[in-house]
Design a protein around this ligand. Structure first.
Ligand SMILES: Cc1ncc(COP(=O)(O)O)c(C=O)c1O
Length: 356
C-alpha cells in the first residue's frame, strides 16, 4: 500500500461522492491497515490511532458520567492512570479486581455497570482471565467487554470470537514489532459500535499518520514468524529462569500446571513473549539491568529486540507504592520482553548478568 501523505483530497465535483476527503476522517494508507487489523481480529471494523493510549481514550469515550466499570487490577500503568486520574474525574466509577477470579468480578456488578475492561495475560503479573466467562457476565449485566489484546495479538488470541465487544491494541508492540513507531487500535465486533467509535475518533483526532500506518502494516506481514520465534524463546527462557536459585518466582503463561496456563490453553493458541520475575534482592535486580548485553534495559515490549524493564520505576511508577507492592511489583521485580535473537545468546546473557 503506498504512503498517501496528504491531509486533504481533491473532490471530484460537487455532489460527486469520494472515498476520502480529509485525513482525520480517513486516509487510504491508514484505511488499508485498519481493514487488515479488522480482518485479523474478526471485527466489523478497526480504527488506527497514534498510540495505544489514544485508542484506549477514544474507546472510553463511549461511556458517560455515572457509568461503572469493572477492570483488571493488574493493567498497564498508563491505563490505570487514565482511569483513576482522568476518567474518574469525569464521573466514571471504577472498581479494580483480579478478573481471573470470576466470583470477585460478580460481587462488583452494580445496576450502572456498563463496561468490563480486561488485559489477558495482564501486565505485568500475567494473570489470565477467562474471556468467555467475563463476556457472559458482561452481557447479562447489559455491559460491554473490552479486551486489551496487546500481549497475545490476534495471531494467538481472538477475543471478539470469545465474547468481547471491543479489542484494544498498543500497536507499538507486537503488531509493529520493531520498536520504531507508536500506534494503537480499537477493533469493534459490530457495525453499530464501529459507528460510535468513528464518531468519537473523527471528533477527537489522534489518528495514526500515513507513514506510521505503512510501518505497522509492514510489521504485520511478519507477525506470525516473529510470534512463533518469540514464544519459543520465551518458553526456553522461562524454563531456564526456574532453575536459577536467585530467581524466586517466574511469571509466564506457558508454565505448565498453573490455572493461568489452563485457561490460556482454552482461549489462545500460544503463550507469547512476556515474562516477569522476582529475584531475591533489589541489588540483584539492578545488577541484571546494568550487566545485560544482548537484552537491553528499556521500556516497551513486543519488538524483535529483547528488552528488560523495571516496572516499579517505569510502566507502573504512577501506581501508588502500597498498592503496587501489595501486588508484588516491588524493587525485586523485573519484566522481560523476549525478542527473536539466538536463544543461546539470550540465556547466556541472563546467566552472566545474574552471576557476574
Ligand atoms: C498492554 C498495554 N496496553 C496499552 C499500552 C499503551 O500503548 P502505547 O504505549 O502505544 O500508548 C501499553 C504500553 O505499554 C501496554 O503495554
Amino acid at each position: 500500500m503506498p504512503i498517501c501523505q496528504s491531509a486533504t483530497f481533491v473532490h471530484k465535483g460537487v455532489d460527486v461522492p469520494s472515498d476520502y476527503s480529509y485525513s482525520r476522517l480517513s486516509n487510504p494508507t491508514r484505511r488499508h491497515l485498519e481493514q487488515t487489523v479488522a480482518a485479523l481480529e474478526g471485527g466489523a471494523d478497526a480504527f488506527a490511532f497514534s498510540s495505544g493510549m489514544t485508542a484506549i481514550t477514544v474507546a472510553m469515550m463511549l461511556l458517560k458520567s455515572g457509568d461503572h466499570v469493572i477492570a483488571t487490577d493488574d493493567l498497564y500503568g498508563g491505563a490505570l492512570r487514565l482511569f483513576n486520574n482522568v476518567c474518574a474525574c469525569n464521573g466514571i466509577e471504577f472498581d479494580f479486581t483480579d478478573t481471573s477470579d470470576i466470583d470477585a468480578v460478580k460481587a462488583l456488578i452494580k445496576p450502572n455497570t456498563r463496561l468490563f475492561y480486561i488485559e489477558t495475560p495482564s501486565n505485568p503479573l500475567m494473570h489470565v482471565t477467562d474471556i468467555r466467562e467475563i463476556g457472559r457476565l458482561a452481557h447479562e449485566a447489559g455491559a460491554l467487554l473490552y479486551v486489551d489484546n496487546t500481549f497475545l495479538t490476534p495471531y494467538y488470541q481472538k477475543p471478539l470470537s470469545l465474547g468481547a465487544d471491543i479489542v484494544i491494541h498498543s500497536g507499538t508492540k507486537y503488531l509493529g514489532g520493531h520498536n520504531d513507531t507508536l500506534a494503537g487500535f480499537v477493533v469493534t465486533k459490530t457495525r453499530e459500535l464501529a459507528d460510535r467509535v468513528l464518531y468519537c475518533s473523527k471528533t477527537i483526532g489522534g489518528q495514526l499518520a500515513p507513514f506510521d500506518a505503512f510501518l505497522i502494516e509492514r510489521g504485520i506481514k511478519t507477525l506470525p514468524v516473529r510470534m512463533d520465534r518469540i514464544s519459543e524463546n520465551a518458553c526456553k527462557i522461562a524454563e531456564y529462569l526456574q532453575t536459577e536459585p536467585a530467581v524466586k518466582k517466574v511469571y509466564y503463561v506457558g508454565i505448565e500446571g498453573t490455572e493461568g496456563n489452563r485457561i490460556n490453553r482454552g482461549q489462545a493458541t500460544g503463550f507469547g513473549g512476556m515474562i516477569s520475575v522476582e529475584v531475591d534482592s533489589a541489588e540483584l535486580a539492578k545488577q541484571i539491568l546494568a550487566r545485560v548485553k544482548v537484552f537491553q534495559y528499556a521500556e516497551s515490549l513486543g519488538g524483535v529486540d529483547s528488552l528488560i524493564t523495571y516496572p516499579m520505576l517505569q510502566t507502573h511508577a504512577d501506581v501508588p507504592k502500597a498498592e503496587r507492592e501489595a501486588r508484588g511489583i516491588n524493587d525485586r521485580f523485573l519484566r522481560i520482553s523476549t525478542g527473536i535473537e539466538n536463544i543461546r545468546d539470550l540465556i547466556e546473557d541472563l546467566r552472566q548478568a545474574i552471576h557476574g
